[in-house]
Design a binder for this molecule. Structure first.
Ligand SMILES: NC(=O)c1ccc[n+]([C@@H]2O[C@H](COP(=O)([O-])OP(=O)(O)OC[C@H]3O[C@@H](n4cnc5c(N)ncnc54)[C@H](O)[C@@H]3O)[C@@H](O)[C@H]2O)c1
Ligand SMILES: [Zn+2]
Length: 347
């Protein structure tokens, strides 16, 4: 088993990573929780696949378990789902000293995390991420959120889990499209922070990818740790994790979140922001070609779709990460080295 500690003073916690870790889930939870009652929040896809097993393991370990099932998909990051969760928690008699387990992808993690942060003014929760994207990204760092009809992730807070439990075995049931999506974020980490990791991914025999999940997740969590510890609230260096995301978010929004998944949109964003900085002379020659090659290898598109550029530009200017009329762009100088560049937004 691999362990990473996220050092955030009184909000510190461990990430435990292991193939098959769920078999001993009870022991792992006991590391941080002395109580009896647990509310598992999961989505209907994961419920079908894992709830029976999870329920048996947890009850055998002496826990009293309730399972709250939400619909899978982004639409569940809503006020309605949140209210549904609050009511279920209250109905099951969950109190402030009990525990929530967020068992699922980024959707479950974000909405269950926000529910944990606010139900009874905050109760403890553990993240058990089940998608590759959630294992390398969304379960770490304490960002929780729901969406509004005006945009994504507009309501939320920073609320760190007590523990993150990652069983890479569960990726065997994740659909190929979602693996591809997660790999876009994996490639992002390599681009901004680790040229050797980039080389490793570039040379990897794709058919052996599953046997490397544990190492890949470990590598990415370690990179994210560095940025989260240095900048928990995402106002400085943590923004480097947004490489490719300004363009990526705008593509997702332009197509009403229907045509491009997050990972795919970020892939296009990484290539195109790099192409721009390379053309301006900032980025080492050939870097964007290296990015397009690796994206192609992992089944990701890299070319900008055809769009009305005025409309697209307006969406970019309205990005919620802009501060003081400045657009914070993440450029890479070369593979493994990122920097934050402020650009004034001209009205
Ligand atoms: N909080 C953060 O820091 C952060 C960071 C990045 C993304 N996010 C959020 O994460 C969300 C996307 O996460 P996602 O890509 O995991 O989406 P998701 O939670 O919708 O999961 C994708 C699909 O895979 C299914 N699934 C998940 N794990 C599975 C498994 N092991 N086996 C079979 N099916 C499985 C789910 O039921 C769902 O249908 C977005 O809402 C995004 O805003 C949050
Ligand atoms: Zn992302």
């Amino acid at each position: 088993m691999k362990t990473i500690n996220i050092d955030l003073k009184e909000n510190s916690y461990d990430i435990l990573i292991e193939n098959g870790l769920l078999e001993n889930i009870g022991d792992k939870i006991r590391l941080v929780y002395e109580g009896e009652k647990i509310a598992v929040i999961t989505d209907n896809n994961l419920h079908k696949l894992y709830s029976n097993n999870l329920y048996t393991r947890l009850t055998k370990a002496g826990f009293k378990v309730s399972i709250i099932v939400i619909e899978s998909g982004e639409a569940s990051k809503s006020i309605n789902t949140l209210e549904y969760i609050y009511n279920k928690l209250a109905c099951e008699g969950i109190t402030r000293t009990d525990l929530i387990l967020a068992f699922g992808g980024g959707v479950v993690g974000d909405v269950a995390g926000f529910a944990a942060s606010s139900y009874l003014r905050g109760i403890s929760y553990i993240q058990i991420p089940t998608s590759l994207l959630a294992q390398v990204d969304s379960s770490i760092g304490g960002k929780t959120a729901i969406n509004l009809s005006y945009g994504k992730n507009l309501v939320g807070c920073f609320y760190q889990p007590k523990l993150v439990l990652i069983d890479t075995n569960v990726l065997s049931t994740l659909e190929e499209d979602y693996i591809r999506d997660g790999m876009s974020e994996v490639i992002k980490y390599a681009c901004i922070d680790d040229k050797d990791f980039f080389e490793f991914l570039k040379n990897l025999d794709i058919s052996s990818l599953p046997s490397h999940y544990e190492d890949i997740v470990y590598k990415c969590c370690n990179i994210k740790k560095k940025y989260v510890e240095a900048d928990e609230r995402d106002t400085g260096i943590r923004m480097k994790l947004n490489f490719g995301h300004t363009i990526g978010h705008a593509i997702e929004k332009y197509f009403n979140y229907e045509s491009y998944s997050h990972g795919q949109a970020v892939a296009i964003g990484m290539y195109n922001i790099c192409l721009e900085s390379e053309e301006s002379g900032y980025t080492e020659h050939g870097t964007s070609d290296r990015i397009s090659e690796i994206l192609i290898k992992y089944g990701l598109k890299y070319k900008l779709p055809s769009m009305d550029m005025d409309k697209f530009g307006k969406i970019i200017k309205s990005d919620k990460k802009n501060m003081f009329s400045k657009l914070n762009l993440i450029y890479i100088k070369r593979i493994g080295e990122a920097s934050i560049v402020n650009k004034y937004i001209l009205e």
